[in-house]
Design a protein around this ligand. Structure first.
Ligand SMILES: NC(=O)c1ccc[n+]([C@@H]2O[C@H](COP(=O)([O-])OP(=O)(O)OC[C@H]3O[C@@H](n4cnc5c(N)ncnc54)[C@H](OP(=O)(O)O)[C@@H]3O)[C@@H](O)[C@H]2O)c1
Length: 242
């Protein structure tokens, strides 16, 4: 296996929504980047990759379900055998299910477990499993796709809504801060982005913004160099409070 010249990027949940847009923007605007488009479903992943391959972009699908450890490990084995390292991990896969189930059909514990399994445990396990491959990159970068709904310090338009989802993003932000301290001396760039409230499957397309704008700050963070920031939380307009 020859060491690849490209930056190898893995984006979880890249078969639709913001993850797909991050893959598209990165592959379009950064020819030196090769994007592994994560999808928990192989067919959906292939279909999404086909759209970008048809545009001549440097992408490939990879199956990864962040709630299944064996799936994460298998994806890491694939990346290891093909490329020997990972330069950028975008922890994008996320769900909001508390508004999706009919009233009373799930206990709050079940909703919490399902949400945290993807949004928090999945992101942390994926980082842990890929850490040895990130370690081999010149400038390892990790982007957490978080939400301003997880901030303590930003008043928002939805007070009291989605407590499960928003607390999962608060937890994710603490993970990001912890990991950024842990890997600071080694030069890793670990940051979180809020894409904005955008029309995607996650919110039944009720978001205001166009989904491609969600990729702007994520791509900036994914392409940071040696002097780039770490341990930050921002949106495309600038820094966000925790
Ligand atoms: N949309 C917004 O307004 C907004 C605002 C702030 C933050 N965010 C965050 O942005 C990220 C992307 O969300 P989105 O809005 O683009 O929603 P989306 O269109 O529903 O996309 C979510 C992606 O995550 C994948 N996914 C879900 N569970 C997974 C699992 N267990 N393993 C691997 N992949 C999984 C989905 O796969 P399937 O296609 O198989 O379901 C899909 O590809 C999430 O972290 C979300 O919290 C979104």
């Amino acid at each position: 296996m020859a060491a690849p010249k490209s930056n190898i990027v893995l984006i979880t949940g890249a078969n639709q929504g913001i993850g797909f847009e991050i893959a598209k923007k990165l592959a379009k605007e950064y020819p030196g980047y090769h994007v592994l488009m994560g999808s928990r479903n192989a067919e959906r992943g292939q279909a999404a990759a086909d759209k970008l391959l048809a545009e001549g972009l440097s992408v490939e699908p990879i199956t990864i379900d962040v709630t299944v450890d064996s799936s994460i490990t298998a994806a890491a084995e694939t990346v290891k055998s093909k490329y020997g390292r990972l330069d950028v991990l975008v922890n994008n896969a996320g769900i909001e299910v508390e508004t999706k189930y009919p009233q009373g059909s799930k206990t709050i514990r079940e909703v919490l477990q399902e949400t945290y399994d993807t949004n928090v445990f999945g992101a942390m396990q994926t980082l842990e499993t890929f850490a040895p491959l990130l370690e081999k990159a010149e400038v390892p970068r990790v982007v957490f796709v978080s939400s301003h709904l997880g901030c303590f310090g930003k008043p928002d338009n939805f007070p009291g809504q989605w407590p499960v989802y928003r607390s999962s993003k608060t937890a994710l932000n603490m993970l990001l801060l912890s990991y950024s301290h842990l890997y600071k001396e080694k030069g890793w760039k670990i940051n979180a982005t809020c894409p904005g409230y955008l029309a995607t499957n996650l919110n039944n397309y009720s978001g205001y913004g166009s989904v491609d704008t969600g990729a702007i700050n994520a791509v900036r963070l994914a392409t940071l160099g040696k002097d780039g920031e770490t341990g930050t939380f921002s949106e495309k307009e600038g820094p966000l409070p925790w």
